[in-house]
Design a binder for this molecule. Structure first.
Ligand code: DAH
Length: 386
């Protein structure tokens, strides 16, 4: 006899348990009777139709009429039932589709006849439920591609913690306490740290640069590393800002590393990544941990450096023909002082460093106009990289 949703008078836990068990057993029975699309549609509508489907009925007959003190528990039950019914309806579709597919395979290949029984027990002759294979996230893909360029040059990959101390994020990178350059970093601090010495206070790292120091503490020179990772800043989210984003840092230390090495390495890396026709340009800048410091621009790979796209202005480069890609510079001797005892005597070694935003590069590369799309997990967006 077909299941009908009973009215509830008793709302005790035991009564709710009994009522849902009855419902689940009917659900299982009806699901396993689904053999084709027509059956499935009837099954789906019977359980899920807005108008008078079983889910609507339990909402009306169980939840709406529940006495105040039982509302919460009944609500939780109804939600659980809703989830299970929805899952079972989807599964029933997979099941008959898979059975049909398997029959077809057996038929077209002239294989042994497969006995396909509709049953609630596990039928190991059935193919599994199809789960679509995910795609690499565009930011991960961009990061991997950039890291790969440096690996081919002999760089290793280093990583470090996202929750960092003031010492590694600032002090050892030559941002002394109260230095105004700290203000540019919009730092998110962990609450309740006032009792600790400043250098031990925890924060969310604002850049991947602290991993420079962490790695130099562990490994003696010469050193060539790239450091991909997540960073945080107190920026309200908008089309070009996100409080969480990604950077790729680089560090090379050896005897006699010069600014020429920096330029040659980064120029080569950009040509590998964006294509051999891009040009690079270095403009003076300031970072506390490098001296001299520069910002590197690449000729706009969207308009080819002309600043125009046909008769329209090129937006990504703001008609300048150049796009800012990263910050870089020669490691400041004050930074080496913090790791001097591990072989980094600033009179003996020199080095260059650089840091870039992976999300921004992915935005530019794929022509995405809103960084938020990277973090919303919308499959319709992410599927484009499948
Ligand atoms: N850490 C800097 C930032 O997030 C970026 C940067 C600039 C990294 C210059 C470097 C560098 O290694 O040399 O703003």
């Amino acid at each position: 006899m077909a299941y009908t949703v009973p009215t509830l008078t008793d709302y005790s836990t035991a009564a709710l348990e009994r009522a849902s068990a009855e419902l689940f057993s009917a659900l299982g029975e009806e699901a396993s009777a689904v053999k084709n699309e027509a059956d499935w549609k009837v099954f789906r509508d019977r359980w899920m139709a807005r108008k008078n489907g079983v889910l609507t009925q339990i909402n009306d007959l169980w939840l709406k009429t529940a006495p105040k003190e039982a509302k919460r528990e009944t609500g939780a039950r109804v939600n659980e039932i809703k989830g299970k019914v929805e899952a079972r309806v989807m599964l029933a579709k997979d099941h008959y589709e898979n059975v049909a597919a398997l029959r077809n395979v057996a038929k077209t290949r002239g294989l042994y006849p497969v006995d396909i029984r509709p049953s609630d027990s596990v039928d190991i002759s059935l193919p599994g439920i199809r789960r679509p294979i995910g795609a690499e996230h565009p930011v991960v893909k961009t990061t991997n591609e950039i890291v790969r360029v440096f690996q081919k040059l002999g760089y290793s990959v280093a990583e470090g913690p996202v929750v960092e101390t003031d010492y590694y994020n600032f002090e050892s990178l030559n941002f002394p306490p109260n230095h105004p350059a700290r203000d540019t970093q919009d730092t998110l601090f962990i609450a309740g740290q006032q009792a600790k010495a400043q250098r031990e206070r925890l924060l969310l790292r604002t850049h991947t640069s602290p991993v420079q120091i962490r790695t130099m503490e562990k490994m003696r020179p010469p050193l060539r590393i790239v450091i991909p990772g997540t960073v945080h800043r107190n920026d309200p989210p908008d089309a070009s800002h996100s409080p969480m984003f990604h950077q790729i840092e680089g560090l090379a230390v050896d005897t006699n590393i010069t600014f020429g090495d920096l330029k040659g390495t980064l120029d080569h890396a950009m040509k590998e990544f964006f294509g051999s026709s891009v040009k690079t340009s270095f403009r003076p800048s300031f970072f506390p941990f490098t001296e001299p410091s520069a910002e590197m621009y690449v000729s706009c790979f969207i308009c080819g450096g002309s600043g125009r796209r046909g008769s329209d202005p090129c937006r990504p480069c703001k008609q300048t023909g150049w796009i800012e890609i990263l910050g870089c510079g020669m490691v400041d001797p004050n930074v080496f002082e913090f790791v001097k005892d591990n072989g980094y005597d600033p009179r003996k070694v020199s080095g260059f460093a650089f840091g870039m935003g992976a999300d921004r590069i992915a935005l530019l590369k794929y022509g995405v106009d809103d960084i938020q799309l990277f973090f919303q997990g919308d499959v319709r967006f992410l599927r484009q990289w499948a």
